[in-house]
Design a binder for this molecule. Structure first.
Ligand SMILES: [Zn+2]
Length: 52
């Protein structure tokens, strides 16, 4: 399973973020919750992982 793409974070990536102004990135649920607050970012659960 992929790791979160945020710097210094070693959690398991569980969510794919679609970022309109940047490349898509896979992040852990904690980072997804923070980043999805920004306008335009769409979170999509990665298949087979728990988005809870
Ligand atoms: Zn993370």
């Amino acid at each position: 399973m992929a790791e979160c793409s945020e710097a210094g974070c070693e959690n398991e990536a569980a969510v794919r973020l679609h970022v309109p102004w940047d490349a898509d990135r896979n992040v852990c649920t904690a980072h997804a919750r923070a980043l999805v607050q920004q306008d335009g970012i769409v979170a999509e659960p990665i298949e087979g992982s728990e988005w809870s």
